[in-house]
Design a protein around this ligand. Structure first.
Ligand code: FES
Length: 174
């Protein structure tokens, strides 16, 4: 049982991990191309040992347009690469990136996206949540299904032409 005040969280308490190479930028040149990766996350504050590692699957996706609010990219400039955790914010299944939206319609309950969203989508096999990784206002916007919010974004930077994930947007599964 907790007594007294909760500790004040600082930037050092944010979920961090071993910086992980995600992809060379040249692997992400074609719009809707993607790269899957696994990130080892650490939660320094949540275990008796004060350190716990978790493997978080992720996906980087090249978009045909730049987003001005790309989630947690280090730096503020618009970017045409989005990097998401693949852990579904519903109850934690691992979802897929599906470059062809018709496959989402065929395999995920018949959902037909509106014309402006007929492109690569994120789709969860468990309860059929579908997300738009390229939404201009809310990257990862929920289009269909029970997920309560978009998947978490990775914090990333580019080092010598390589996209490197350095951390993960704070928060639990949902
Ligand atoms: S876990 Fe993904 S929709 Fe339920």
């Amino acid at each position: 049982m907790l007594h007294g005040k909760l500790p004040h969280l600082t930037e050092g308490d944010l979920p961090k991990g071993e910086p992980s190479s995600v992809a060379a930028l040249e692997e992400l040149q074609q719009p809707w191309s993607s790269k899957f990766f696994v990130f080892t996350q650490k939660y320094p504050q949540y275990t008796p040992e004060r350190a716990k590692a978790a493997a978080v699957p992720g996906v980087a996706i090249k978009l045909p347009w730049k987003l001005s609010s790309p989630g947690y990219k280090a730096g503020k400039e618009p970017t045409d690469i989005v990097v998401f955790s693949r852990i579904c914010p519903h109850v934690g299944c691992i979802f897929n990136y599906v470059p062809n939206w018709r496959e989402v319609t065929a395999g995920h309950g018949g959902y037909v996206p509106p014309e402006v969203r007929r492109h690569g989508l994120l789709a969860c096999p468990c309860h059929l949540s579908i997300f738009d990784p390229a939404d201009r206002e809310v990257p990862g916007r929920v289009l269909s299904g029970p997920a309560p919010r978009p998947p978490r974004c990775f914090i990333y930077e580019v080092r010598d032409g390589v996209l490197v994930a350095t951390g993960l947007e704070p928060g639990g599964i949902a």
